[in-house]
Design a protein around this ligand. Structure first.
Ligand SMILES: Cc1cc2nc3c(=O)[nH]c(=O)nc-3n(C[C@H](O)[C@H](O)[C@H](O)COP(=O)(O)OP(=O)(O)OC[C@H]3O[C@@H](n4cnc5c(N)ncnc54)[C@H](O)[C@@H]3O)c2cc1C
Ligand code: SF4
Ligand code: SF4
Length: 412
C-alpha cells in the first residue's frame, strides 16, 4: 500500500502573528471570513481561539489581516473638546427598558435588550445576532439569531465567558437578511472594519451595538467560580453570571433544584477578573468606539467616588456614537421602549474606574511590550498618548515596569 505525502497547510501569516503575541480577542471574525479554513475552538487555557484546518485563500487572508482586532484597530478619535478617555460620542444618557421583564433580566437596566427588541419589532432589522447561555455547557456561550422579543429576553444579562459572535458571519452574509449585531467592543471593531471592505457585510449588519467591556475571563474562570460557590459542575443545570436585578448575583441552578449564589462584586472582583485574557489587558477600546450605540452600568458613586454595587432598579448608561445611533435612540425613546435621563460625561471617570485606569495605563504597557519586541495591536485614532498624560509619571512607570516584568517572566 502506498501512502500519499500530505501537503502541509501553509500557516496564515496573520493568525501566526496573533498567536505569537497572544493577541487574539476570540471574536471569531477570521472563522467568519474564511469558513472553509478556520474554526473556533476552546484552547487548553479555556479561551476561544481560531484553529486553521486548511489553506486560506489570499483574498480572505488579506481581509483577516485588515480587520482582526488582535492585529489592530482604527477608531475615530474623540471630537474636539471631548474627554479623550471615552472616544467620540453624540449623546450620553442613562436609562432603562420600560418592559419590566427586560429591565429585571438585563445586566443593568435592560436598555440594550430594549433597543434590540425595538429594532426587531419596528422592522429596522430582520434579526438580532447575540450571545446566550449554551444549554450544553451552562457557563459557556453560544451565538443566537433572535427573531422575537422572547429570544432577546432569554439572552439578556452579561455573560463573563468567551464568545465568538462573528464566527457565523459567512452564513449571515449569504442570507441577504439585515441584522443588528450585539457584541464586545473588539467584535464591533472587527465587524466595522470588515464592513468597510465589503458592502455585502455592511448590508448584512446595518446596526452595530456594544457594551463597555473590562475583559473576557477564560472557561477556567467559570470553573473556579463554581468551586468557590460550592456548585458541582457535573450537576449544573443553568448558570447566570448576573442580571435578574442590578447588579444581580451569579446564580448556579443544580439538578436537585437547589441554587448556589454569589454577589456580583465577589464573582467578578474576587474570581473572574483574575482570568482575563492578555488582549484585554492591552485593550485600547473597552468602550465600544466602533459601535452605533454602546451600553454600560450607570453605577452610583459613593462620596469617595467609588461605584456602589448595592442592589437597585437597573440603570444603563447609553452612549450614541454615530448619527444612526442618535436616530435609533430617539426612536426608541419616542416609542416608549426606553425611559432616559440626561447624563453628565464628567461623572463617567468616577463610576468606571477600570476603564479609566486601563486607558491611562495603556501607552506605558504597550511601550514595555514593544521594548521586549513582543507583537502588539496597531492602534490608530485612540488618543493613547493623551490618555497617558492624565497619569502621574510614577503610575506610568509602575505600569511600564509591571508589564516588562510579566513579559520577562513569560520569556524565561
Ligand atoms: C465580558 C463583559 C465585560 C463587561 N465589562 C463592563 C465594564 O467594565 N463596565 C461596564 O459598565 N459594563 C461592562 N459590561 C457591560 C454590562 O455588564 C452590561 O452589558 C451593560 O451595562 C448593558 O446592560 P443592559 O442591561 O443594557 O444589557 P442587557 O439587556 O443585559 O443585554 C446584554 C447583551 O449583551 C450580550 N452579551 C452578554 N454577554 C456577552 C458576551 N460575553 N459576549 C457578547 N455578547 C454578550 C447579550 O446577548 C445581550 O444581548 C461588561 C459585559 C461583559 C459581557
Ligand atoms: S481576534 Fe478575532 S479575527 Fe483575530 S485571530 Fe482572534 S478570533 Fe480571529
Ligand atoms: S477587553 Fe477589549 S479585547 Fe477584551 S473582550 Fe473586551 S473589548 Fe475585547
Amino acid at each position: 500500500m502506498t501512502t500519499q505525502a500530505q501537503t502541509p497547510t501553509p500557516p496564515s501569516a496573520a493568525l501566526s502573528l496573533v498567536a505569537a503575541g497572544d493577541l487574539c480577542a476570540g471574536c471569531g471574525l477570521c472563522a467568519g471570513l474564511a469558513p472553509e479554513a478556520v474554526t473556533m475552538a476552546v484552547d487548553a487555557r479555556g479561551f476561544l481561539r481560531p484553529v486553521q484546518r486548511g489553506p486560506i485563500p489570499a483574498a480572505q487572508e488579506a481581509a483577516i489581516a485588515a480587520s482582526c482586532p488582535g492585529l489592530g484597530q482604527s477608531a475615530r478619535p474623540a471630537k474636539p473638546g471631548q474627554e479623550v478617555l471615552w472616544g467620540p460620542f453624540e449623546r450620553m444618557k442613562t436609562g432603562f427598558s420600560t418592559d419590566p421583564a427586560l429591565r429585571h433580566a438585563g445586566a443593568s437596566g435592560g436598555a440594550l435588550s430594549a433597543l434590540a427588541a425595538h429594532l426587531l419589532e419596528t422592522g429596522r432589522v430582520d434579526a438580532v445576532v447575540q450571545i446566550e447561555a449554551d444549554p450544553a455547557n451552562p457557563t459557556g456561550n453560544r451565538t443566537r439569531i433572535s427573531t422575537a422579543r422572547a429570544h432577546i429576553l432569554a439572552s439578556a444579562g452579561s455573560r463573563y465567558a468567551p464568545s465568538a459572535p462573528l464566527a457565523g458571519l459567512a452564513a449571515l452574509r449569504a442570507s441577504g437578511r439585515r441584522h443588528a449585531f450585539i457584541g464586545k467592543p473588539c467584535d464591533a471593531a472587527a465587524l466595522r472594519a470588515a464592513a468597510a471592505r465589503d458592502p455585502a457585510i455592511a448590508h448584512t449588519f446595518p446596526v452595530i451595538l456594544s457594551f463597555f467591556c473590562a475583559g473576557v475571563p477564560s472557561a477556567r474562570g467559570a470553573e473556579e467560580l463554581l468551586a468557590a460557590m460550592g456548585a458541582d459542575a457535573d450537576r449544573l443545570e443553568s448558570f447566570r453570571y448576573r442580571g435578574n436585578g442590578w447588579p444581580g448575583r451569579a446564580v448556579a441552578k443544580l439538578n436537585d433544584g437547589t441554587e448556589r449564589e454569589m454577589s456580583y462584586h465577589e464573582a467578578w472582583g474576587g474570581v473572574l477578573s483574575g482570568h482575563v485574557q492578555h488582549r484585554c489587558k492591552i485593550c485600547a477600546d473597552g468602550t465600544g468606539g466602533a459601535a452605533d450605540l454602546v451600553f454600560a452600568d450607570a453605577w452610583e458613586a459613593d462620596p469617595r467616588g467609588y461605584p456602589i454595587f448595592d442592589e437597585a432598579p437597573g440603570q444603563s448608561l447609553i452612549v450614541a456614537r454615530t448619527a444612526l445611533g442618535v436616530e435609533l435612540l430617539s426612536e426608541a425613546e419616542g416609542a416608549g421602549a426606553l425611559e432616559t435621563q440626561p447624563f453628565d460625561v464628567a461623572e463617567l471617570a468616577a463610576i468606571q474606574p477600570g476603564q479609566r485606569e486601563r486607558r491611562r495605563a495603556l501607552f506605558a504597557r504597550l511601550a514595555a511590550l514593544k521594548l521586549m519586541l513582543r507583537p502588539v495591536p496597531r492602534y490608530e485614532g485612540l488618543n493613547l498618548r493623551a490618555c497617558a498624560r492624565q497619569n502621574p509619571l510614577s503610575r506610568n512607570a509602575r505600569n511600564f515596569l509591571g508589564t516588562l516584568r510579566r513579559a520577562l517572566r513569560r520569556q524565561a
